[in-house]
Design a protein around this ligand. Structure first.
Ligand SMILES: Cc1cc2nc3c(=O)[nH]c(=O)nc-3n(C[C@H](O)[C@H](O)[C@H](O)COP(=O)(O)O)c2cc1C
Length: 187
């Protein structure tokens, strides 16, 4: 079984409903480690060596976060900027992530049909995630199809339970190596 690291980022976890439920699911799966970035680094002072070691110890890395302005909360960007070092993640001799999988688990306030050409957000979620997909490519990683929750602020308890179930299946597919990748299919 592959070991999956969930790098979780939510700047207001106390107010979270969806990500709170998803984190609980992730924590219940044996081969999954949940690492809470805002809890670990409230001052944004990231320990690069610790983060690199964690990534080296896992086969797949899931960045789990709410969609903020069509992207991630700020600490995810800081984490990527600092941790994916030249000669470690990419460039000459930088092959420590090669062969691993990168994936994202995202909750979005907007409904699914808003993320289409004819929808209010015009771009698809995959198009908006292109910088992460290309980051995976540069580091020699596979990029798995994202897990998405739409209409995240309007979910009733039954819909939230369905999302949790879906997340458990999606994470399990990453653990058993059956998660579909996006890298080789066109946008
Ligand atoms: C600063 C901010 C920016 C947001 N930007 C987006 C966005 O670009 N697209 C979207 O669909 N939802 C957006 N939302 C809504 C959040 O994604 C949504 O509230 C969150 O996924 C709910 O998950 P939670 O219950 O774990 O907090 C934004 C919310 C905030 C606070």
């Amino acid at each position: 079984m592959a070991k999956v690291l969930v790098v979780f980022a939510h700047p207001a976890f106390q107010r979270s409903r969806v990500n709170r439920a998803l984190v609980k699911v992730a924590e219940s799966i044996e081969d999954v480690t949940v690492h809470d970035l805002y809890e670990t680094y409230p001052d944004f002072l990231i320990d690069v060596r610790d983060e690199q070691k964690l990534m080296e110890e896992h086969d797949a890395v899931v960045i789990q976060h709410p969609f903020f302005w069509y992207s991630s909360p700020a600490l995810v960007k800081e984490w990527l900027d600092l941790v994916l070092e030249y000669r470690w993640a990419y460039g000459e001799g930088g092959d420590r992530l090669k062969g691993k999988i990168l994936a994202q688990a995202i909750s979005a306030g907007g409904p699914e049909d808003a993320y289409r050409r004819e929808g209010s957000n015009f771009f698809t979620v995959r198009e908006l995630l292109a910088p992460y997909e290309q980051t995976a490519r540069l580091c020699g990683m596979g990029y798995a199809q994202a897990f998405t929750v739409h209409g995240a602020n309007d979910l009733n308890p039954a819909a939230l339970a369905e999302c949790s179930q879906r997340y458990a299946s999606w994470l399990s597919a990453l653990c058993d190596g059956s998660a579909p990748l996006w890298l080789d299919s066109p946008l």
